[in-house]
Ligand binder design. Structure first.
Ligand SMILES: [Zn+2]
Length: 170
């Protein structure tokens, strides 16, 4: 057996199942899958109205919705025209709708684009993977926004770097 996690976020855990069909402890508190129908406007509206946290932190919280990391939260919020620092409970219905649509769009596009997160890593055939540099905001602090020419900003929230366009994401 070989387990290789190029970004070192994964792990293998030994689990005991107390009953047939039970989930391992580590998976019990996971939120909804972003590409499933359960990640909907109605679901997100219900979550957002109760949370004062920054929307970026909220969509990166695996207890609410799974698998949206730093890159894809930044890109989704850019396409949705939502400031990542905005409090979840202050979002309009339109902003929440846009976030749901854009998260699904960005994740789907990224899956079809391939392994963007494996930059610089060795592929099974020995060649080095490089992702096409097509991010709108992620990793582009100080560069011009391709939509409005404002300079891409970088701040820290929740201990993570947060990239956004102060022109598009007000
Ligand atoms: Zn912009």
């Amino acid at each position: 057996m070989r387990f290789e996690c190029v970004r070192k976020f994964g792990y293998i855990s030994y689990c005991e199942f107390t009953e047939k069909g039970a989930l391992p402890e580590v998976l019990k508190n996971l939120g909804v899958e972003p590409l499933e129908d359960e990640f909907s406007f109605a679901f997100m509206k219900g979550v957002c109205k109760k949370k004062k946290t920054a929307i970026k932190n909220l969509i990166m919280d695996n207890k609410i919705v799974t698998g949206i990391g730093n890159i894809y939260s930044a890109e989704s919020l850019f396409i949705a025209n939502v400031n990542p620092l905005k409090r979840a409970n202050e979002l309009s219905d339109l902003e929440i709708k846009n976030i749901v649509v854009c998260v699904k769009k960005v994740l789907s596009n990224s899956i079809s684009d391939g392994k963007k997160h494996c930059e610089g890593k060795e592929l099974p055939d020995g060649s080095e993977w490089k992702y096409p540099v097509d991010f709108n905001v992620y990793g582009r602090a100080g560069e011009k926004c391709q939509k409005c020419s404002a300079l891409i900003a970088k701040v820290k929230i929740g201990g993570r770097s947060c990239f956004f366009c102060p022109g598009c994401q007000v």
